[in-house]
Design a protein around this ligand. Sequence first.
Ligand code: PLP
Length: 399
Amino acid sequence: SASLFTAIEMAPRDPILGITEAFNADKNPAKINLGVGVYYDNNGKVPLLDCVKKAEAILMEKGAPRTYLPIDGLAAYDKAVQELVFGAGSAVINEKRAITAQAIGGTGALKLGADFLQRFAPGAQVWISDPSWENHRALFESAGFTVNNYPYYDPSTRGVNFSGMLGALQTMPSGSIVLLHACCHNPTGADLSAAQWLEVIQVVTERGLVPFLDMAYQGFGDGIEADGKVVRQFADAGGPLFVSNSFSKSFSLYGERVGALSIVAVSAEEAARLLSQLKRVIRTNYSNPPMHGGQVVAMALATPELRQLWEDELAGMRVRIREMRQLLVAKLKEKAPAHDFDFVIQQRGMFSYSGLTKEQVSRLASEYSIYAVDTGRICVAALNSTNIDKVVEAISKVL
Ligand code: PLP
């Protein structure tokens, strides 16, 4: 019989989760999943960082009651995040022009920003890179925006189509919201050069566009400072500026959902108004964020010994990914000398647009039980010294 829900259709499957399902169903014990979006260590495991274990031990010892956090999150967390993102002693912090609210991961930060913008800039349209993290479009559309693409990836150079990107920025209406990946572009791994960023900042500023920087991989590119540099340069260019950041990857705290949204205003007075309104968005959505992940990250960032440990552990993840890039390219050079994979070394972050076609990806799965995204995106952090030879062998066979 008919119900209220009779006409509701099945939603489309998440493409990445679809890979995981196919991978899980594969009975080959030697199967390899390169379609994931998480960092695996050399043993193929998601690490629990020592800095996290130590912070958790201290918190456990304290045995603090589980009160509600403030609407915008733990104050010590927001402060530590602000200093990480904008730099301790930076002008925007000293002048109290930056506001930061703890968020439910990077996704939650993006959604807060999107909901906030929908409230106060409802007529604006959003522009995301082509391609982009697949949730960007859905998330801004669900907040009520029309979402467009600006040119980004150039398959012929396997780099950024910079003239295309700049040209698009130059024709967007003033007030358009431009989503930019601060570092380690997902899914391509192709980042802008320092000189290109300066040009982007200039155009965005001159044309009165609203930059929204998504920084989900700080520390996975060239280092914590280097990766965050573009955020500081945008902040120095004035406001408004939106920054979402995530500790899912950099602290290997995926399931704790720790991220933050920061907004840079033109004055302290404006910042106070923005924060009061941002709190309303949070209050009417989930009231206030969870405690645990924020406490762990705040403690790790603010305790010198734990901070050092975190920076070392993050460097370890970054270096391992780099080594896997080098090794992949060197081994492919031996097995498939006719093909040039040097671009993989230039790419930054966890991912590589490998250049593999949909058909090649499909053969990798059906013939070798190696799973990747249709677009050819592979997670370099899923490679390790045990599986890399099998991956190289299989790739050389499907090329
Ligand atoms: N932004 C980008 C570009 C991402 O790749 C991701 C995660 O994969 C996120 C945001 C979301 O991060 P979180 O898992 O913290 O919600």
